[in-house]
Design a protein. Structure first.
Length: 528
């Protein structure tokens, strides 16, 4: 297994990280890692082109949807920091999603560990057309004062919007003037939707602000503390599984950002290691903590599947002095869960339909690139295969890991796709999988002969069947897939009631990226 664990395991030089905390924010994923928003071809071809630097972001002539750096995954998470307040510095519509945050997270019952002191603290500057012309410094100042007086927070996060980015509002200037009069630490986050086509830039912007304004020099190294930052798409049950496993090792988990406190963010530099749940989400933070405070980290594997969970625990054991305890834990967990895994494999074999190689069920997964490198080996472990996969976006941060996945499970078709349902329907129609897996936030890819199920749940789902992480999650999601394969009534009824919205000429032509401007090699013009 290729490793990336700081100096102990031959990590890149710190100067290669592209993290400069003297800047007001991070570079975009396009700048830092040549992130792209569309591609279709073999995974080996994507890997080859990425290594050669031949990929770039492109435009679509027709686009059905897109992700916002501010509201897509970021604001919903910052809002849960318990002793902080957030200010949406923009038109009131940019804060509209916050109306549902409180109800969404209260789906998690307190008896499962949801903090009892969780309340949603947010305001908006409600910028108008006049503010675009004349500036909105006074509105932001008033909002900061109001947040301080209303909530007495330890930190006030200012979330920028497209409007403030376009007019060049001097957020840092306003903050420097008023900070002396405010007890809370003011934290500007530059997450304007127009900054980047790659949603992960929003994550990087958040971690840049946390590293720049909140993380403190460590008073001591806490050898039993493990930093865990994870995506919204991992559920409360996944969180409980991580706590259970690391608790068995005598370790404490510093979960961020959901339901964390400002103190937890301030003490990130005291941890023994930063461990990934999603490498794409954790990348900037992990490298920043290593660069600035020498906190070691690793990027892969992530604890999805039995083997990956084994190796994830072993990596944590290296940095916490728990190698022996980890092996004892793995032995105990295998006795409980390996028989269940074997039973699952038998059930999948019984359900097997005719596929390309005749011996495995065929999946089409809709993944982030972090899930791409994690769940394909897990599917192989279950005895099913993903001959095709979709990823929201892709960049150069996980090339070694993708190469390892290709070596272990074989080559496969991949479509990099930013929530374009027409393209997803096309590849589902073309590949005809036994089951099509989709993100619950982007709808289903209906096809009469395929089962359809969600690839993952989201943090606010507290149900046991929503889990995917660790040993218990590996078995829970395997059972979920089995149920989806056995019962196809959902997609059958959906097709009967709604039909398919796309015309035959589009579904029958060979290119799922028909409406996209194809990426070209850097330094070359189109047509040459």
């Amino acid at each position: 297994m290729k490793e990336n664990n700081g100096e102990k395991c031959g990590c890149k030089e710190k100067s290669d990280f592209g993290i400069d905390l003297s800047k007001k924010t991070c570079p975009t994923r396009e700048q830092r890692a040549n992130g792209i928003n569309l591609f279709f071809g073999k995974a080996s071809e994507l890997l080859e082109n990425a290594k050669a630097g031949n990929l770039k972001c492109s435009d679509r002539k027709f686009q059905q949807s897109g992700g916002c750096l501010l509201n897509f995954y970021l604001a919903v998470r910052v809002a849960t920091i318990r002793d902080a307040a957030i200010i949406f510095n923009g038109p009131v519509g940019c804060s509209s999603t916050a109306l549902g945050f409180n109800e969404y997270f209260r789906l998690i019952p307190p008896e499962l560990g949801r903090p009892s002191d969780y309340e949603l603290h947010w305001l908006t500057t409600n910028l108008s057309e006049d503010d675009v012309v004349f500036g909105a410094k006074d509105k932001l100042t008033k909002a900061i004062i109001e947040a301080e007086e209303r909530y007495s927070p330890k930190a006030i996060f200012i979330l920028t919007t497209c409007v403030t980015g376009i007019i060049g509002e001097d957020i840092e200037g306003t903050v420097s003037e008023i900070q002396k009069d405010i007890n809370a630490t003011i934290v500007p986050i530059h997450c304007e939707g127009v900054r980047s086509r790659i949603i992960q830039t929003g994550y990087d912007a958040f971690w840049h602000a946390v590293l720049k304004y909140l993380v403190k020099e460590p008073e001591k190294r806490q050898d039993d503390l493990v930093n865990i930052a994870s995506m919204l798409s991992y559920t409360w049950q996944d969180r409980l599984e991580v706590q259970r496993l690391l608790g068995e090792l005598g370790l404490r988990v510093n979960f961020i950002p959901e339901f964390s406190t400002v103190d937890q963010l301030e003490q990130l530099a005291e941890a023994a290691v930063t461990a990934p749940i999603c490498p794409t989400f954790t990348d900037y933070l992990s490298k920043g903590l290593y660069q600035e405070f020498d906190v070691p980290y690793f990027m892969y594997p992530n604890p999805v599947g039995i083997k990956n969970t084994d190796n994830w625990l072993r990596q944590i054991g290296k940095f916490t002095g728990k190698e022996e305890e980890v092996e004892e834990l793995i032995f105990k967990e295998h006795k409980k869960w390996i028989p269940k895994l074997k039973s699952l494999k038998k059930e999948f074999k019984k359900l097997n339909k005719v596929s390309n190689d005749g011996d495995k069920l065929n999946l089409l997964g809709s993944l982030g690139q972090g899930r791409l490198i994690t769940q394909l080996p897990y599917f192989d472990e279950l005895g099913v295969k993903a001959s095709s996969a979709m990823a929201q976006d892709f960049d150069e941060l996980l090339l070694d890991e993708l190469e390892e996945v290709i070596e272990n499970v074989g080559d496969f078709d991949i479509m990099v796709n930013t929530f374009q349902s027409g393209e997803q329907i096309h590849i589902t129609n073309k590949t005809n999988p036994d089951i099509a897996l989709t993100c619950p936030l982007q709808g289903g890819a209906w096809k009469l002969n395929s089962s359809v199920a969600r690839l993952h749940a989201v943090r606010g789902d507290p149900t046991i069947q929503s889990a995917q992480i660790g040993y218990s999650g590996s078995i829970a999601y395997g059972n979920f897939l089995l149920q989806a394969l056995k019962n196809t009534s959902y997609q059958r009824i959906m097709i009967e009631k709604t039909g398919i919205a796309y015309q035959d000429w589009y579904l029958n032509q060979p290119d799922p990226l028909y409406f996209a401007e194809k990426g070209v090699e850097k330094g070359k013009e189109k047509g040459k």
